[in-house]
Ligand binder design. Structure first.
Ligand SMILES: [Zn+2]
Length: 388
């Protein structure tokens, strides 16, 4: 079976603080590197390091030297993306400005003990040891390889770490399609589709009412209470997503599937155009649907499954058997005037996703330009993977 490296980024809140000086010194170093890179048009790490390292080392003798390396890396990538924007006419400024409080770490600058969830971070004049605040969902990282990391300062201090794992990727198996809706998730194969209720709308409505009650009376700690409810709402919905995503992946493994098929959400607006929800709800749904898909995506990839996104306009309005336009047939039921099929609309959506997926796979293997098309798609997909 082919091997593939799956990368995931985890974010941990730090139980404690990083000396303020590290962020301000790093920013000074980064700004000088950015100015220099920009003035000389340098996009390569090696050249930037060769030209500026000794000067910066002498100017900041207390800063651990690898911070200058990582600042060179950051400066190159910031300048490169700035130059790209500039060429497209999307950047008005003369030179790139980086305002965030971010410090990049390499393996000399930090180490992580996943057993005790403790990080050791190099700072000016020594190292600090800090506990990482973590949740049950961080458990999976214990068996993964630790890559580079970033320290981020916002209201608290965060450590973002890239973890990777090599998995065997399943080939040529069946596909399981997943259709996500406001209140349920349907998933399965052409033979069998399961329907799981999320009750997300009920949860969101309850929290919406709770927040409105809160706003009706003036309170001193209103802001904190609102944030607390927001957090609870998010965690409740996400816990449901994780549970269902786990079931989807377990099902796929159980039946020997190699691929999870989901809808490309770029097109979701069309699907819900006729819904009663207002624009704001539409945005919320898209956010929720994507969040759920992201959870399925990484759980599937860690389990060695492929993930494909299908552009699926009209997934629930065309017949998965004959392609005829379906008519409503009572509550959530649809009927085909062509072949007489009667089915739940979520089941139809799942079957349509599978049919589109099979059509795509079939088309690329028989079409004369097939192989190159497939490669292109796969490359795009690989790039997407690395970025996540
Ligand atoms: Zn039909």
């Amino acid at each position: 079976m082919p091997l593939e490296t799956v990368k995931l980024t985890a974010s941990f809140r730090l139980n404690g603080s990083i000396p303020e000086g590290l962020f301000s010194t790093y920013k000074e170093v980064l700004d000088q590197l950015l100015d220099f890179a920009c003035a000389k048009g340098i996009t390569g790490f090696k050249r930037l390091k060769a030209e500026k390292y000794h000067e910066l080392r002498a100017r900041y003798p207390r800063l651990p030297s690898h911070y200058i390396y990582t600042a060179c890396q950051m400066a190159c990538s910031i300048y490169k993306s700035f130059r790209k924007l500039k060429r497209k006419g999307l950047a008005r400024a003369e030179k790139p400005v980086f305002k965030k409080q971010v410090v990049m770490l390499d393996d000399h600058l930090f180490s992580l003990n996943p057993e005790g969830w403790e990080a050791s971070i190099a700072v000016e004049g020594g190292r600090v040891k800090l506990k990482l605040l973590h949740g049950a969902y961080h458990e999976k990282f214990k068996e993964m390889k630790i890559g580079q990391a970033w320290l981020v300062k916002s209201e608290d201090f965060y450590l973002k770490v890239v973890f990777s794992k090599v998995v065997e990727v399943a080939m040529d198996g069946k596909a399981v399609a997943v259709d996500v809706n406001e209140n349920n998730v349907a998933f399965g194969t052409l033979e069998r589709v399961e329907n799981k209720e999320t009750r997300e709308r009920a949860i969101r409505t309850a929290y919406f009412l709770k927040r409105r009650r809160l706003q009706s009376k003036p309170r001193l700690n209103e802001k904190q209470l609102m944030a607390k409810y927001k957090g609870r709402e998010r965690r409740r919905v996400e816990a449901i997503y994780h549970r269902i995503a786990k079931e989807v992946v377990a099902k796929a493994k159980e039946i020997g599937a190699s691929t999870i098929v989901m809808e490309d959400l770029g097109k979701i607006r069309r699907k819900h155009k006729k819904g009663k929800s207002k624009a704001i709800n539409g945005r919320l749904n898209r956010w929720s649907f994507r969040k759920f898909q992201n959870i399925v995506d990484y759980k599937a990839r860690l389990a060695g499954l492929n993930v494909k996104y299908i552009e699926a306009d009209y997934t629930s309005s065309l017949c998965p058997v004959c392609g005829e336009r379906l008519s409503p047939n009572g509550y959530r039921q649809m009927k085909c005037p062509g072949c007489g099929l009667e089915e739940d609309r979520d089941v139809i959506a799942v079957k349509n996703l599978l049919r589109r997926y099979q059509m795509d796979v079939g088309a690329s293997s028989v079409h004369p330009e097939g192989p190159s098309m497939t490669t292109e798609r796969d490359e795009k997909y690989e790039r997407g993977r690395d970025e996540s």
